[in-house]
Unconditional design. Structure first.
Length: 391
């Protein structure tokens, strides 16, 4: 297995770094600490950033040229995410559209749907959110109850979705809804629904970080046009599952790069507080650094598999558990080692560590829940990697 990058991939990285040097004026950390910004202006800034990336053809890079991409490999996608993280660039607002809906339309949509939605998605003229989870259907998604009933040629949607990331700013939502109440998997269909209409109410949810990036969505006879049904009736589950499988390699290098930045911040904070030379502190720090290197090596192995044409299977659950639980160990350790000041240093730094540890601590709680909770990932490993007997 070759864990090295090819000369072409190294060249791609150099070009990308030069582009980021020339185009990223201020880091995301600087922007979020600017008191002139509020939640809306930060979203606008992210929209402008997505447009810049799109103009340079860094958005949807893995798609074919016909759909605005460059046909880039998963290794190049992973390099892109790694460099964006390292440069502390803003996250693009349409990440759910780009990572989930775009591939769904390219593989399962009609020509009209692609032409209508993909350019505006790439350019962030329309922001998308994902309407899958419901109050009683998260891990067990196929138990969802939101229904879509025929109304002439079209459909009327009734039900509730929750934990809808970016919902408060979204223009459209892609929804899994039941078109047959009795067929667990085959009764689910995939709809594209405009949010600005009677029959859709989006309520922001306040998170423990103080932000309201989520919403809950109430549908009361909302209109979904027939031409906005993706695939056939009853194909929604299959489309959703294949689409969720597309996000395979992109985060493999970005996570260790993100933790590199945090580890550097932790070292700076410990140096400033005079604790860096304590043997117990160095031991804890050493363990965190080694774990991050293990994660990076594992990510490179995943990429090498992808590059040789082997899609990672259920083993990717091991990676998901590792990075999400590591984020919690890292912020727990930072708060413990840096002391009470780190908990108070929200946005304005008092510890000498250029990381907002209180925010990281709170946000890291989410990682072990979204994209499949740690318990669900362990079930997958038990059943499909270790082939343990099931009850
Ligand atoms: C930051 C964040 C962003 C999100 N964004 C979106 C979004 O944009 N769109 C969207 O549709 N959803 C989104 N979600 C929802 C997410 O997909 C669900 O939270 C997740 O699937 C878990 O479902 P749940 O919250 O209903 O918990 P539940 O499924 O009710 O689980 C509760 C607890 O029980 C455990 N559990 C459940 N089933 C089993 C089992 N079989 N064996 C062992 N333990 C089990 C779980 O691990 C968990 O600890 C987001 C969630 C978060 C945290």
């Amino acid at each position: 297995m070759d864990l090295h990058f090819t000369p072409e991939q190294e060249q791609f990285r150099r070009e990308l770094r030069a582009w980021l040097d020339a185009n990223l004026e201020r880091s995301w950390t600087e922007e979020t600490r600017d008191p002139n910004h509020d939640a809306d202006s930060l979203v606008e800034l992210r929209r402008v950033w997505q447009r810049k990336l799109n103009a340079a053809r860094y958005i949807g890079m893995g798609w074919s040229e016909e759909w605005g991409g460059r046909g880039a490999s998963e290794v190049e996608e992973a390099i892109l995410q790694e460099e964006l993280t390292r440069a502390d660039a803003p996250q693009v607002p349409n990440f759910l559209g780009i990572s989930l809906l775009g591939p769904a339309l390219i593989h399962h949509g009609t020509e009209e749907q692609r032409r209508r939605f993909i350019p505006k998605m790439l350019n962030c003229e329309e922001i998308w959110c994902q309407g899958f989870s419901e109050p009683s259907s998260g891990s067990d998604l196929a138990s969802l109850r939101t229904r879509a009933e025929p109304d002439g040629d079209d459909f009327r949607i009734t039900g509730q979705k929750v934990w809808t990331t970016f919902g408060p700013w979204a223009d459209w939502i892609f929804v899994l809804a039941r078109t047959d109440m009795d067929d667990r998997y085959g009764g689910i269909s995939f709809f594209l629904v405009p949010i600005d209409q009677d029959g859709v109410e989006m309520r922001p949810i306040r998170q423990i970080t103080g932000e309201s990036e989520f919403g809950e969505v109430f549908f009361d006879g909302a209109l979904a046009k027939r031409e906005h049904l993706v695939g056939e009736l009853g194909e929604g589950w299959r489309i959703a599952m294949t689409v969720l499988g597309y996000e395979r390699g992109a985060a493999t290098l970005a996570k260790p790069a993100e933790y590199d930045v945090q580890l550097d911040g932790l070292v700076a904070g410990l140096r400033a507080s005079g604790k860096l030379d304590r043997p117990d502190v160095r031991e804890q720090l050493g363990r965190l650094v080694i774990e991050n290197e293990v994660m990076r090596s594992n990510g490179l192995r995943t990429l090498a598999q992808l590059a040789s044409g082997h899609a990672p299977g259920p083993e990717s659950s091991i990676e998901k558990i590792f990075w999400s639980e590591y984020a919690q160990r890292l912020s727990d350790s930072a708060l413990d080692l840096l002391g009470p000041e780190a908990q108070l240093a929200t946005r304005a730094q008092k510890t000498g560590s250029d990381v907002d540890w209180a925010y990281q601590y709170l946000w890291s709680r989410a990682g072990t829940i979204y994209s499949g909770s740690s318990e669900i990932q362990r079930n997958i490993i038990a059943k499909r990697v270790l082939r343990m007997p099931t009850a």
